[in-house]
Write a new protein. Structure first.
Length: 551
């Protein structure tokens, strides 16, 4: 109208009115722009806040989702609203020219759809390749000493490089797809402009349209082209975000196979454990039964030792008692109730595990001991450390209980880590204590002291010990020999020795090994654990070559 006002009517009045309208619209539009920016910032800040808890696990994917979506949804919405608005104006000006414009749309839509799908697929593949590359890097860095000690740096670097190469190939495909898409959208836009000018010129020449209207139409068409262009470029980013989001939601939507929804939290918890005809296979290998119809009892005040050949299923029994998995058949009962019927937090405040290779967290010693019970007072932390024979070495550290232990406890020695882990178990005063060769990394003096502390605990608690060193289990009230997923025999040490079965053979193997060791390397001192004469004899009695080979 402004153009027609000057070019055709040649009147300032006709020109001024649309100019005022333009000014008002510009003002309103700038306010709307500010509002849009503000609303988006707030919305996406809260989105990042919501994804914060999973960000550590899925850093790159979640960051990509929130970055790409926050940047692109904003632009996409603006361009979309703008394109629709412009189109309505164009239609109001000349439906004929608008029809010419629309004719180009199906082509643009089909190309965008195909491109979007392809780009999304590539993005998912890139995410997977990146995750694999990161896995290699993470594993190598966290196991740097192992890599060094085998001088395998080059192979690890090569393996990382080959994963990056895979990603690079995918990135190149993305770049080619983007180039083709851009090329086709520019061509289609250009073709559209030529068609509009050609047909519009014809309409003006035949007096079906004023020159000013054609100019406005062309200006709108340019704006429309700009809006469509930004929609298409944003579309790439959005598809990338959607691809990454699908991966993130795959994780979020994963349902745990073993659900921790137990509700029971009784006031008294005695710690009577019963494995009742338990058959168990790991979910990753469902066809292979690791435990077969296993039944046994653990009683409060008693120490039960699990022994047996490697791979027999001892740790798997611990996993079931810790409620990490559910058995396929049979029941794991504590005080007559299935372990999964107890409330998760409650159960693990009553059942504590000290594993063979305890994992500490990159926090202070005090935080590691009070892990899971952050409200525990300092006195309780110190008491637990004293009972675990860790107090002396902790007070000798530069910052005492405030000393950081490094990633996975790497700044402590094996024995120190184990003592902190024992203190971490003792602080909760558990009713059931599971010790997986818990004293294996200690020197004989520390072991003696820790053993004393554990002995005191053992009188009131249900204790399950997994031991390879038979000296550790000699004193147990009951010994369960687990072999190939079955309870091969059970009873106290003397009874099993007299029976002359598998246990006897295991003992005999160790005694002979130790005696030979002591003779060869260190003829004078006594072996690390004391043998009674009778044991040695009975052990020799049950020697047999087939079992020699197995154990
Ligand atoms: N997460 C797992 N997924 C699949 N199979 C597993 C898993 N963990 C252990 N196994 C298999 O279960 C069997 C029993 O393993 P388990 O760790 O219970 O034996 P173990 O008696 O404790 O052995 P060790 O004395 O060597 O520690 C082994 O054959 C092992 O390969």
């Amino acid at each position: 109208r402004a153009i027609d006002g000057i070019v055709i009517q040649k009147s300032m009045d006709h020109f001024a009115k649309p100019l005022i309208t333009l000014t008002v619209l510009a003002l309103v539009s700038s306010i709307a722009t500010g509002f849009r920016g503000g609303v988006f910032s707030v919305t996406f800040l809260s989105m990042v806040y919501l994804t914060g808890d999973i960000i550590s696990r899925l850093t790159s994917d979640t960051t990509q989702v929130s970055d790409l979506i926050s940047q692109n949804v904003n632009l996409f919405l603006r361009s979309f609203v703008k394109a629709v608005g412009i189109f309505i104006f164009m239609f109001g000006m000349s439906w004929k020219l608008s029809v010419v414009t629309i004719m180009g749309f199906p082509y643009i839509a089909v190309v965008s759809k195909l491109y979007g799908e392809y780009y999304k697929k590539l993005t998912k593949e890139v995410q997977t390749a990146l995750a694999q590359a990161n896995k290699v890097a993470e594993e190598t860095i966290s196991a740097m000493r192992t890599v060094r000690s085998f001088a395998n740096e080059d192979q690890e670097a090569d393996s990382y490089y080959s994963r990056l190469q895979e990603m690079f190939v995918l990135n190149k495909k993305q770049a080619v797809a983007y180039a083709c898409f851009m090329w086709s959208s520019y061509i289609s836009e250009l073709a559209l402009q030529v068609a509009i000018l050609y047909y519009g010129g014809h309409l003006v020449v035949t007096n079906q349209m004023s020159g000013g209207t054609l100019i406005s139409f062309v200006i709108y068409e340019l704006e429309l082209g700009e809006a469509l262009e930004s929609i298409s470029s944003v579309y790439t980013g959005l598809m990338q975000g959607v691809g990454a989001a699908e991966k993130v939601f795959e994780y979020i939507d994963r349902k745990p196979k073993h659900i921790l929804d137990g509700q029971q939290a009784p006031e008294t918890f005695e710690g009577q454990v019963e494995f009742k005809n338990v058959t168990f296979a790991y979910p990753t290998r469902p066809e292979m039964d690791i435990l077969k119809n296993v039944s046994f009892n653990l009683r409060p005040g008693q120490v039960t030792a699990l022994v047996g050949p490697s791979g027999g299923g001892k740790s798997s029994c611990v996993c079931l008692l810790e409620n990490f998995y559910a058995p396929q058949q049979g029941h794991v009962l504590v005080d007559g109730q299935p372990v999964n019927s107890y409330q998760h937090k409650y159960y693990h405040s009553k059942v504590a595990l000290v594993s063979q290779e305890p994992v500490l967290f990159a926090r202070t010693v005090q935080m590691n001991i009070s892990y899971g019970v952050p409200e525990a007072p300092m006195e309780a932390v110190i008491r637990a450390a004293i009972n675990g024979n860790a107090h002396d070495f902790i007070t000798g550290l530069s910052k005492g209980y405030e000393t950081g232990v490094g990633e996975k406890g790497a700044q402590l020695s094996g024995g120190q880590k184990q003592r902190v882990a024992i203190a971490r178990a003792l602080i909760r005063n558990p009713r059931i204590l599971i010790l997986d060769e818990a004293t294996s990394a200690l020197d004989s003096e520390s072991e003696y002291i820790v053993q004393q502390a554990l002995n005191n605990l053992m009188r009131e608690h249900t204790v399950l010990v997994i031991a390879h060193r038979l000296s550790t289990v000699e004193r147990a009230d009951n010994i369960l020999v687990i072999d190939k997923g079955c309870v091969a025999e059970q009873g106290p040490h003397a009874e099993l020795m007299a029976r002359g079965g598998l246990y006897c053979k295991l003992v005999q193997r160790q005694i002979l090994g130790t005696v030979i060791d002591a003779d060869v390397h260190n003829p004078s001192p006594a072996p690390p654990w004391k043998l009674k004469e009778g044991d040695k004899e009975s052990a020799e009695d049950c020697s047999d070559t087939e079992n020699e080979a197995r154990y």
